[in-house]
Design a protein around this ligand. Structure first.
Ligand code: GRF
Length: 219
């Protein structure tokens, strides 16, 4: 089995990155994390990746004259490393339309809400403010508009009366750590088709491990 070469882009602690690294170490996983790259040199995730024996790169986005210049350097680095798929995991930077187009359908993101609800920041506070009873996370292909693009997989948690943004964030995060490796395995395993900007999954439910990963209701 050839394993797809994946880069994980981070800006911070990298807990989703760690979940991806752990999952990709299973012998039958269709991808490997070949590079972890951060636009912030101080990102804690870089140390976690090094400790896990994964190649890392820090490209300080402050050091580039423009968004275009940073994204061009990023693109060159990914190509240098023969990367095939890119996973954004807490990468706190909007990518240029040109970069998104270059990596179209090979660039995925995890967002801590059930998109299209609550794009942007502070999703858990927004969910509590809206009074939703179900919240969660989404893995999707990246398109030009922030937190938009064909949805690959979603995981849900129940919202309970005592929730604060922090308790909700923790509960969603533990689902993220299951969902992202699951969604990447579908993409890397070539089981995903995008038709009219909607995702269909080939060889459906019987072969999808653990229904809990698709729509767990926790809490
Ligand atoms: C996660 O909640 C992810 O959904 C969002 O940013 C957070 C990153 O956390 N995009 P971590 O760095 O993976 O721990």
């Amino acid at each position: 089995m050839t394993r797809r070469r994946v880069a994980v882009l981070i800006s911070g602690r990298g807990s989703n990155m760690s979940a991806l690294i752990d999952a990709t170490r299973k012998p039958d996983y269709p991808a490997e994390v070949s590079l972890v790259l951060s636009n912030r040199p101080e990102a804690a995730g870089l140390e976690r990746a090094k400790a896990a024996g994964v190649e890392t790169a820090a490209m300080d986005s402050e050091g580039y004259p423009s968004r275009e210049a940073f994204d061009a350097a990023l693109d060159a680095k990914l190509k240098d490393e023969r990367i095939e798929l890119v996973c954004l995991a807490g990468f706190m930077r909007v990518l240029t339309p040109q970069f998104v187009e270059t990596w179209r359908d090979r660039l995925i993101n995890i967002h801590p809400s059930l998109l299209p609800l609550f794009p942007g920041l502070n999703t858990h506070a927004k969910a509590l403010e809206a009074g939703v009873r179900v919240h969660g996370c989404t893995v999707h292909f990246v398109r030009e508009a922030v937190d938009s693009g064909p949805i690959i997989a979603q995981g849900a948690v129940r919202v309970v009366a005592a929730d604060t943004p922090e308790t909700l964030a923790n509960r969603v995060l533990s689902v993220e750590h299951q969902l992202y490796p699951f969604a990447l395995s579908l993409v890397a395993g070539d089981r995903v088709r995008i038709v009219d900007e909607r995702v269909t999954i080939e060889h459906p439910s019987a072969q999808i491990p653990g229904p809990a990963m698709l729509s767990p209701l926790v809490g």
